[in-house]
Design a protein around this ligand. Structure first.
Ligand code: G6P
Length: 501
């Protein structure tokens, strides 16, 4: 491990809430870092290594004050957060205000002024770190809802930078977004970027509508014209200063994210993973159909809806526990946030009831696992699963759906996919469902269980084509190309949507 010297600067800087590493304690008591395998790091790793790249993020635990370091060829710049910042910025404003608001208020968002103030302070700390480590003219790519003010702060302190932002979660319709007491500051913060990426076309449309409603700026398709240098006037929504004043062109459009597809394809070929898939089926008592759900334990995922559908099918004798088992992996998440604690209680009560009512000594209806697993085990589960259930009530993309598809090189398995997950824009050959329509979910489950092999293969072949052709490396390339074009071809100018200078 080498330590980059103090004052070092980079020409490509990623800014995300989390660093792509977890702290680990070795058997001898010493601590080190382990790469946390995520799609984002898989996409950016080659680029970070090839160019002079750095990653700014929180190490994921309180008060971790460590100097920048290098891990597996990537320079890490840790941002320390204390207990109160974790409570107000991360658990509070990010995950109890923005998260429920941006997911169509499935849970009630909480608005606290102290949380907002800490969100501003922490965003400032990330922005300052980015300003400090960026070369002149560097490209900075900021990620997700936790850091929406960073582009605006950076634009102010470092106008020489090219700034991209990608929102990994949905962006809500204006009628919902407008609840936010700090809605103007958030939009202003985002407009500091040259390119603002969203998962779905609808998210980008919601954003540009919010820009028009709150500021009156001109927008056309994915283009937004932002007046230069008078962001304070801009908060009044007064359009007069837009006319004739210098403007910056910002691009706001969809760049649907994907997965590191090849690594899933490779793992699915691994004989030990395939053996584990067989073993899973045996351990479950060789049911005819294994259904699988894999989610963070989050109220956006519609876990309760799928349990209800399965419970009703058991109650109506449409399926039996001898023939059909549901494996539900619900990985622990944001466990100190009240709505997540409540969700856990609800889900575990429901699982207990269904298992109690319909299970037998030899067969459990639902195998419920409140645990996280390594990627190998997940791929073995995907290979074992005859039916994959993705019933999100709202989801930016849902990468689990894409992981399942990438894994199934055997063209087996059926994907049931919510139309409220961004993945449904792409994966049209899945059985698309509205998770609120419990009868519809039940019908889709029965259709999946009884689907002829030829139809399964036809659907899976089409799904795989989409996922393999559009992987996360392509996603990052397309985004970064747009970003490069946005700044070099369209520097600050007097360009105007109607062509006037
Ligand atoms: C979503 C968000 C990410 C976040 C992840 C896990 O995918 O878009 O930004 O990192 O959930 O949540 P956590 O709160 O554990 O970081």
């Amino acid at each position: 491990m080498t330590t980059p010297s103090a004052g070092e600067t980079y020409d490509f800087v990623v800014v995300a809430n989390r660093l792509p590493v977890d702290s680990v304690t070795q058997p001898d008591g010493s601590t080190g870092w382990r790469m946390s395998p995520g799609g984002l790091v898989a996409a950016l790793e080659p680029l970070m290594k090839a160019s002079d790249g750095a990653w700014i993020g929180w190490p994921g635990a309180p008060d971790v004050e460590v100097e920048p370091f290098e891990h597996e060829g990537i320079r890490m710049v840790p941002i320390a957060l204390n207990e109160q910042e974790i409570e107000f910025y991360y658990e509070g404003f990010s995950n109890d205000t923005l998260w429920p608001l941006y997911h169509d208020v499935i849970a009630q968002p909480t608005y606290h002024r102290e949380w907002w103030e800490t969100y501003v302070d922490v965003n400032r700390r990330f922005a300052d770190a980015a300003a400090r480590v960026s070369d002149h003219g560097a490209t900075v790519w900021v990620h997700d809802y936790q850091l929406q003010l960073v582009p605006g702060m950076l634009r102010e302190s470092r106008p020489d930078l090219t700034i991209g932002f990608f929102n990994h979660i949905p962006f809500p319709a204006y009628g919902i977004f407008s609840q936010l007491p700090w809605r103007q500051q958030i939009i202003s913060g985002l407009l500091g970027a040259d390119v603002i990426g969203f998962q779905r076309v609808a998210d980008a449309g919601n954003f540009t509508r919010a820009v028009r409603r709150l500021f009156g700026y001109e927008t056309k398709g994915s283009r937004v014209w932002v007046p230069v240098g008078d962001s304070s006037d801009a908060t009044t929504g007064d359009r007069s200063h837009v006319r004739g004043a210098p403007v910056r062109r910002v691009i706001a459009r969809a760049f649907p994210i994907s997965i590191d597809a090849t690594s899933y394809v490779e793992l699915a070929k691994d004989p030990s993973v395939q053996a584990r898939a067989k073993q899973i089926r045996e351990e479950l008592g060789n049911p005819k159909t294994i259904m699988l759900g894999v989610d963070r334990l989050d109220y956006t995922k519609g876990i309760g809806h799928r349990l209800k559908a399965f419970g009703e099918l058991l109650a109506e004798d449409k399926v039996s526990v001898e023939d059909v088992t549901l494996v539900q992996v619900a990985s622990p998440s944001r466990e100190r946030v009240a709505s997540y604690m409540q969700l856990r209680d609800e889900i575990e009560l429901t699982v207990g009831r269904i298992n109690g009512d319909y299970g037998s000594i030899g067969h459990t209806a639902i195998s419920y696992l409140h645990q996280g697993y390594p990627r190998e085990e997940m791929v073995a589960l995907y290979l074992a699963a005859d039916v994959m259930l993705v019933t999100a009530l709202r989801d930016g993309m849902n990468l689990v759906a894409k992981e399942y598809v990438a894994t199934r090189a055997d063209l087996g398995g059926v994907l049931i996919l919510s139309e409220f997950a961004g993945a449904s824009d792409d994966l049209r050959q899945a059985l698309l469902i509205n998770p609120h329509d419990i009868e519809g979910v039940k019908d889709a489950i029965m259709q999946a269980i009884g689907m002829p092999e030829s139809e399964k293969r036809r659907r899976m072949r089409a799904l795989r084509k989409r996922v393999l052709e559009n992987d996360v490396v392509k996603w990052s390339r397309v985004f970064l190309e747009e970003l490069a074009g946005a700044t070099t071809a369209h520097p600050v100018s007097h360009e105007h949507p109607d062509g006037r200078k």
